[in-house]
Unconditional design. Sequence first.
Length: 103
Amino acid sequence: MFRLALALGCSVREVELMSAAEFDEWGNYYAVEPFGAARDNLHAGIVASVIANAARAMSGGKKSDPFKPTDFLLQTADERQKRSLAAGVAKLRGMAKRKKKAK
């Protein structure tokens, strides 16, 4: 409710007065066309990745993988920890597969 109130420029009380049908419609709209901080974060990531890739290309760094918008997204400490843990698990699984193939 708070995010919708911010997007509409009204108070949470006004959003609470909204009918359930209209609130559902806003939820459906958000699923198709997200708005708010998460979307703004993605837009900033897109711009940052374009600039970083242009700088990489100008400096002759074409051999490395291009930057992705997700490389520049703001993340909470919890999100960073989950990503780090997932990367660690994937690395261990890769090592285990290589070890099985070596046998």
